[in-house]
Design a protein around this ligand. Structure first.
Ligand code: C5P
Length: 319
């Protein structure tokens, strides 16, 4: 929520990364996308966007990361233009400053969550009053993971990833250690293409078969307790094809599996970032501190994170 004393000329939008607690490829759709059944989870690794109302009608972007394009191909600019066109007011302008903390091409929805933050932030800054559902619906035009990132938390996601069923869980105690080899990125389209080449023959074809899979996901207990105590593994179908062709993923999964108290270990999204779950944030933090040198020796960037019950958060000052 934005404090009532908010400076009306700028807002800070905090954009959280996500991990996948389940990623199952069901089949291929007529639009060429994959039909998915997933559980996504927001984590407290976040980018920050400063959205400054502009006197002219320009939409500009600058960031602290030279690898990021500041042009029309950036999802942030796409999201701002999409919103402005939706409300039919081309006079609206904004200068956006992005503080990028989420690694790029990592399977953590870094680009999608920035787009989500742009939509939520500009809806407020420009006084548009669109409902969350309207923003979610609009956002799916430019990316499959953006609707989830808007309200985040822990949600079941179907379709391309944009059909959301929010789980009624608001207490999260699990902690995680996340690692990524900074020397590589994985292209999501390439990961899906490779998966299709390898497993396309076994894709389900009928919606009734998709629905059986969806119901099975719905009937699972996705609470922290059930995840941690009952589950044998986290299913990420893309891991089956990305792991064999990416030694950095193999290395990451091996290191995480060997950590004391680590329970479930998986790649996130299309990778290459990988994570291990721990019973609590404190336990994850302790193991993280004791293994910082191990991650360094292996050439991995590493973070200790907690799980978030929400998506984009708005504030009116940098903290
Ligand atoms: O929607 P988004 O831009 O995130 O998707 C990136 C690419 O990943 C798509 O162009 C497509 O190649 C692949 N993809 C897919 N099925 C999905 C989501 C993504 O094949 N459900």
């Amino acid at each position: 929520m934005v404090p009532s004393t908010a400076n009306k000329d700028f807002l800070i939008a905090e954009a959280h990364a996500k991990i996948n607690l389940h990623l199952e490829v069901l089949g291929i759709r007529s639009d060429g996308f994959h039909e998915l059944a997933m559980v996504m989870q927001s984590i407290n690794l976040s980018d920050k966007l400063k959205l400054i109302k502009s006197a002219d009608n320009n939409i500009t972007l600058k960031s602290n990361n030279k690898e990021i394009s500041n042009g029309k191909d950036n999802l942030i600019i796409k999201a701002a233009n999409l919103l402005r066109n939706e409300v039919g007011n081309t006079q609206l302008g904004v200068d956006i400053e992005l503080q990028k903390n989420i690694p790029i091409g990592a399977g953590l929805a870094g680009g999608s969550t920035d787009a989500a933050a742009t939509l939520v932030g500009l809806n407020k800054l420009w006084g548009l009053n669109l409902k969350t559902e309207e923003l979610e619906n609009l956002s799916k035009e430019i990316g499959s993971d953006i609707p989830f990132c808007i309200s985040g938390g822990r949600q079941i996601c179907f379709g391309r990833g944009e059909v959301l069923e929010k789980l009624k869980i608001d207490h999260f105690q699990l902690g995680l250690i996340l690692v990524k080899d900074p020397s590589i990125q994985v292209s999501t389209p390439v990961a899906y293409k490779t998966y299709k080449e390898k497993y396309g023959d076994s894709y389900l074809e009928h919606d009734r078969d998709f629905e059986i899979k969806r119901n099975s996901l719905r009937s699972n207990d996705w609470s922290d307790r059930a995840l941690f105590t009952n589950r044998k593994e986290i299913q990420n179908d893309l891991q089956k094809c990305v792991r064999p062709m990416t030694p950095e993923v193999e290395k990451s999964l091996n290191i995480l599996s060997r950590l004391p108290y680590s329970r479930l270990v998986s790649m996130s999204g299309s990778g290459p970032s990988c994570f291990a779950l721990f019973q609590s944030y404190d336990q994850a933090k302790k193991v993280f501190n004791e293994n910082v040198n191990e991650f360094k020796r292996a050439g991995l960037s590493a973070w200790v994170c907690s799980m978030m019950s929400n998506g984009v958060q708005l504030r009116n000052e940098f903290t």
